[in-house]
Design a protein around this ligand. Structure first.
Ligand code: RB5
Length: 149
């Protein structure tokens, strides 16, 4: 369960801009404290420029969880996962979001702004924010993720 007293950062490129604005407003309406790291219009930008700062901040423990968006969700997820302590999950369904938290302890949700509708994106975000990591055998697996060969 993400604590509403903590700051929730959100970042996107132009492909995720409209969805980011919708989610930001809806979450704020529910009492979440959102830190908007851009982009701030639908003008074309390069997604790494906006995703790196969010992922680095999560990596450095400045924030507990965050949300990133781009057109497909892929570029945002791939960029975020360059950081050792980032576990970004690209989610298209509520079930994926639930599993990304329960099994993978995902700390970044990546949403595909051009492939799902904003209402579903909001449901996915709420499931992500309100699902706990199960630990146990999954803890061992998560610890192995950064043990590259
Ligand atoms: C931008 O056109 C698009 O490539 C970007 O939003 C994202 O889908 C990249 O993975």
């Amino acid at each position: 369960m993400f604590d509403k007293q903590q700051i929730l950062p959100i970042a996107c490129d132009h492909g995720g801009y409209e969805m980011k604005e919708y989610i930001k407003q809806k979450l704020a309406g529910l009492g979440y404290k959102i830190k908007d790291l851009g982009t701030f219009s639908s003008d074309s930008v390069d997604y790494p420029d906006y995703i790196h700062p969010l992922a680095k901040a999560i990596n450095d423990d400045e924030y507990k969880q965050g949300i990133v968006l781009c057109g497909s969700g892929n570029g945002a997820q791939i960029t975020a996962n360059k950081y050792r302590n980032a576990r970004a999950a690209l989610c298209w369904t509520v079930e994926q979001a639930e599993l990304s938290r329960r099994h993978n302890n995902a700390n970044i949700l990546s949403l595909p702004g051009r492939f799902i509708n904003k209402e579903l994106a909001m449901e996915i975000a709420l499931k992500f924010l309100n699902t706990e990591f199960e630990g146990g055998r999954h803890q061992r697996r998560v610890e192995k993720i950064s043990q590259t060969l």
